[in-house]
Every structure is written in C-alpha cells, then in structure tokens.
Design a protein around this ligand. Structure first.
Ligand SMILES: [Mg+2]
Length: 202
C-alpha cells in the first residue's frame, strides 16, 4: 500500500522542542498538556504575525535542529518499509525543506519514497492541501495528528489514522467520519494498517 506519513508529532517531537524554545525566550511555562490547540496564537494570545515570526526564529535554533523522534517511530517505520511504500506529507513550509530532509535522513535513512511539504504552516508561496498530494501519490492510508488534515484527507476517501499520543490539540466532541481512526501508539498504527490491508484485499 501507499502510506502517507506526517512529520511533526507523528515522527518528530516538534511541539516538545518548540515549547522549550518558547518557554526560554518568551517567558512562558507551557507544556504539551496545555496545548489545547496547535495554533500558538490561540494558546498564547498575541497576533498571528508575531507567532509566525517566533516560529521562523525557532527554525534557526538548536531546538529545531535537535528535535527527537517520537517513541516507537524508528523501529516501526523500518518495519513498514518492508511491505509498503511510505511517503512524507507534511504541512511544513518550504523554507525548511533542506532541514526536514536532513532530519528524516538522519533518523530514517532512505525509508521514504517521497517527501512533500504542503507549505500550509506559516509558509509564503504556494500552499497545497494534504489531500491533493495524497491523490497524486495514490495514498490509501494517511497517518496524521492534525484533525484538520485528517478531515481533509478523509473527505477525499483516504483511510486516516489520527495519531493521538495524548495530544490535547486533536480532541473532538463530534463523532469522526468512519474512515478516521484514532490511534494511540505506533504499535496500534501497525495493527490498524494490517487490518485495513486485510479488509481491502491488499
Ligand atoms: Mg503533525
């Protein structure tokens, strides 16, 4: 199967690194459990422009360079590459393409068949929806922690595994569509992929 894989909070603990940076530089004391939204403006207040600038500054720091992988991701990705074609679909902006490729290659070697940045995240220039890339790359299963991207991909017929590793920002009171499945670990992700494959004759 062709499987789409998000980067931040699925493979990379960006939020952890970003909060360290933010707490050190902007006099805050925020933890992952406080992030009821992935919008820094909604959590910290201030303007969108201000937070975009903070994120651009963050990209130049060691906090960004030294992002740690999500527990379980390394082993599981290596395992999945034996049977599936994996493709990165991240909303990161084009300005960090090089850094993103370097980070992925440092931890995951050549596990990914393609790397796509949709530039939806504080990006200047052309943005794409994850579902557009998903269609281009014939993705059957998409793994993402963002409810917004999950709903987008699900609306275009992809089976979505919504990574919820205790993530306050992707909780929802509304019932999710049938083709979005909330998963709580990489172990569960593998089980769901196997299940989906079996049920769909893959
Ligand atoms: Mg993400």
């Amino acid at each position: 199967m062709n499987i789409g894989v998000d980067v931040d909070e699925v493979l990379a603990e960006l939020m952890e690194a970003y909060l360290q940076y933010h707490n050190q530089n902007y006099n805050t004391n925020a933890h992952k459990k406080d992030m009821f939204s992935y919008s820094y403006r909604e959590v910290f207040g201030g303007t969108e422009e201000e937070h975009q600038q903070r994120v651009l500054n963050f990209f130049k720091t060691e906090h960004f360079q030294n992002i740690k992988p999500v527990p379980g991701a390394l082993k599981t990705i290596q395992q999945l590459t034996k049977e599936h074609q994996l493709c990165i679909i991240t909303a990161r902006p084009h300005v960090v393409r090089k850094e993103t490729e370097q980070w992925l290659s440092a931890y995951f070697a050549d596990a990914f068949h393609c790397i796509n940045l949709t530039n939806q995240w504080h990006g200047v220039g052309k943005q794409q929806l994850k579902s557009e890339i998903g269609k281009e790359q014939k993705i059957s299963v998409m793994i993402d922690d963002s409810l917004k991207h999950a709903l987008d991909c699900a609306s275009q017929g992809m089976h979505v595994l919504l990574a919820d590793f205790n993530y306050p920002w992707n909780q929802s009171r509304e019932k999710l569509p049938e083709n979005i499945k909330r998963v709580h670990s990489w172990k569960e992700i593998v089980a769901e992929i196997n299940n989906y494959g079996k049920n769909n004759g893959r």
